[in-house]
Design a protein around this ligand. Structure first.
Ligand SMILES: CC(C)(COP(=O)(O)OP(=O)(O)OC[C@H]1O[C@@H](n2cnc3c(N)ncnc32)[C@H](O)[C@@H]1OP(=O)(O)O)[C@@H](O)C(=O)NCCC(=O)NCCS
Length: 169
């Protein structure tokens, strides 16, 4: 358990699957994340989640974001972990819109960075977010990320952002 000031990060559970499925089939949410809309039926999604919980990929660590009183409001992850390069990518989604623009995302990312830089040897965390996603960029800037370029992937324009261990310290 990782505790921030407004949120807790905990390991994922199978019971998260229903909320996660509703977020990953929500057109606005997947668009903000430039992710494909999930099209599989819930039973198949549940089965896939069970497999991932049982056999977690070695290059990915996922957490549920909970309010301090235990409400599951989103997820965050670091993935594409490269021990060789000392890097990973970070992702976050607060699926419950009632919790947008209230500092929960900033607190979750701050808590996750603190965990990564204290508990692992990774030296650089990077991410990409849509040019149009001003909320996300503001949130990541508040957490110490800086922009280092732009890219286009699958027709979407992204801002590339990074934070190094030294900046975090
Ligand atoms: C992006 C996300 C993680 C941010 O978390 P959050 O809790 O909403 O963000 P915070 O409240 O910590 O910070 C958001 C900041 O952006 C500002 N903001 C919101 N909309 C904005 C806009 N259109 N332009 C500029 N700033 C904006 C807020 O005012 C706030 O800044 P402030 O604290 O200085 O007032 C969350 O909204 C989310 O998950 N959204 C849906 C999915 C998504 O976009 N994921 C990110 C993919 S990279």
């Amino acid at each position: 358990m990782i505790t921030g000031t407004k949120i807790k990060l905990r390991d994922k559970r199978l019971a998260d699957a229903l909320g996660d499925y509703s977020w990953r089939t929500d057109p606005e949410l997947v668009q903000l994340d430039a992710a494909p809309l999930l099209t599989i039926a819930f039973p198949q999604y549940l089965a896939d989640c069970a497999v991932e919980l049982r056999y977690p990929p070695p290059t990915k660590r996922s957490f549920a974001i909970e309010t301090l009183d235990g409400k599951h409001i989103g997820n965050c992850v670091y993935y594409n972990i490269s021990k060789f390069k000392g890097e990973a990518e970070l992702g976050i989604m607060i699926g419950n819109r009632d919790y947008w623009d209230k500092g929960y995302g900033t607190d979750a990312v701050t808590a996750l960075l603190s965990y990564i830089f204290r508990q692992t040897k990774l030296n650089r965390i990077r991410l990409k977010t849509l040019n149009s996603n001003q909320r996300a960029q503001k949130c990541f800037e508040k957490c110490g990320f800086t922009s280092y370029g732009n890219t286009n992937k699958d027709g979407h324009d992204f801002v590339l952002m990074e934070i190094h261990r030294q900046q975090w310290e």
